[in-house]
Ligand binder design. Structure first.
Ligand code: FE2
Length: 293
C-alpha cells in the first residue's frame, strides 16, 4: 500500500496532505503508519474520504478509546460517539484550543470529517506547540517549565469543570516539550498572582498562535483531518457565510506529564479578607484537591 501513498507537506511548521490511502479500509498496519505521520506532521489531511458514521468510528477505534463530548450533545443519529458541530447552531470553535484540555486526561487524537463547507472561508488553523516552546528564549523556557496552569470549561458554561496541567508537557512518543496553553480553556498560571498570570499568559496565548507556527487549511467536502492534541492547538476562522457542518470522533488521551511545579500555588497574602475575586477559581480548585486527599 505504501508505494501508492502521496504525501505533500503544507507548511514548514506542521501539516501534510495524504492521498492514496482509503480510510474506510484502514487496518492495524495502516493505523501505525498514520501514527507515524502524526508524529512527523502533527495534523494530516485526507481528501476525498466519504466515510459513513460507522467507518468514522471504526477508524477512530484503531487509535484508542473514543469518548462522547462531556458537555455538548450533538450526536449523529444513534452514534453518541460522533460530535456534530453545525455553524447554524453556534457550533464554530473560533478560539484557539486543544480539544478537551479542561479534562485531567484531554483528547489525544481528533478525527474530523467535513460534511458541508462554505464556498469561501471557514478554514481551520493549527499551531505547532513544540515549535512554540522551542522558539522561546532560554530564560522564558526555564520559567515556563516551572509552572502549571488551570484549565476550565467556562466556554461551555461549566467553569467548575477544571483541572491543572503542567504548562510545559512532554510528548510521550517524541519526547519533545510542548507549550500547553490555549486561548479557549487556559485560565490561570497557578503559581503566579492573578495580575502576573494575566500578563504572562496573555503573552503566551498570542505567542503560540504566531503565524510561523501555523498551517491554514482550506476544506473540501469529505476531507478528513486527524491531529494530535498533545502538541497542537487549532481554531476555525469565522469569516464565512452559509453552512459549515463537521463531525468529529475523539480518541481519549492520558494525563499530561511534565516537570513538577517549582513553586507552591499562589496564595494571596493577608488571609481570606484579602482574597481577590480573581483568585476564587484557583482557591476552589485547591480546596477540591485538598478535599480529595
Ligand atoms: Fe476543536
Amino acid at each position: 500500500m505504501e508505494n501508492r501513498v502521496e504525501i505533500k507537506r503544507l507548511a514548514s511548521a506542521l501539516g501534510a496532505e495524504v492521498r492514496g490511502l482509503d480510510l474506510a479500509e484502514v487496518g492495524p498496519d495502516e493505523a501505525r503508519q498514520i501514527e507515524g505521520w502524526l508524529r512527523e506532521y502533527h495534523v494530516v489531511f485526507f481528501p476525498d474520504q466519504p466515510l459513513t458514521s460507522d467507518q468514522h468510528i471504526a477508524l477512530g477505534e484503531h487509535f484508542g478509546e473514543l469518548q462522547a463530548h462531556p458537555h455538548l450533545v450533538n450526536m449523529v443519529g444513534e452514534h453518541e460517539k460522533i460530535l456534530e458541530l453545525h455553524s447554524g447552531r453556534g457550533g464554530v470553535a473560533d478560539e484557539w484550543h486543544s480539544d478537551l484540555s479542561f479534562l485531567p486526561e484531554p483528547a489525544l487524537v481528533s478525527i474530523l470529517k467535513m460534511v458541508k463547507c462554505p464556498e469561501v472561508g471557514g478554514d481551520t488553523l493549527w499551531a505547532n506547540l513544540c515549535l512554540a516552546f522551542e522558539a522561546l528564549s532560554d530564560p522564558l523556557r526555564d520559567l515556563c517549565e516551572g509552572f502549571s496552569a488551570l484549565h476550565n470549561a467556562e466556554p461551555h458554561g461549566r467553569p467548575e469543570v477544571m483541572t491543572v496541567h503542567p504548562m510545559v508537557r512532554v510528548h510521550p512518543e517524541t519526547g519533545r516539550k510542548v507549550l500547553f496553553v490555549n486561548e479557549h480553556f487556559t485560565r490561570r498560571i497557578v503559581e503566579l498572582s492573578a495580575n502576573e498570570s494575566a500578563l504572562l499568559l496573555g503573552y503566551l496565548k498570542t505567542w503560540v498562535a504566531s503565524p510561523r507556527f501555523c498551517v491554514r487549511y482550506r476544506w473540501e467536502q469529505d476531507t478528513v483531518a486527524m491531529w494530535d492534541n498533545r502538541c497542537t492547538q487549532h481554531m476555525v476562522l469565522n469569516d464565512f457565510e452559509g453552512e459549515r457542518v463537521i463531525q468529529r470522533v475523539t480518541v481519549m488521551g492520558d494525563k499530561p506529564q511534565g516537570a513538577p511545579p517549582r513553586w507552591e500555588p499562589y496564595v494571596r497574602p493577608g488571609g481570606r479578607s484579602d482574597t481577590s475575586r480573581h483568585d476564587r477559581m484557583l482557591r476552589k480548585y485547591l480546596r477540591g484537591v485538598a478535599g480529595e486527599n
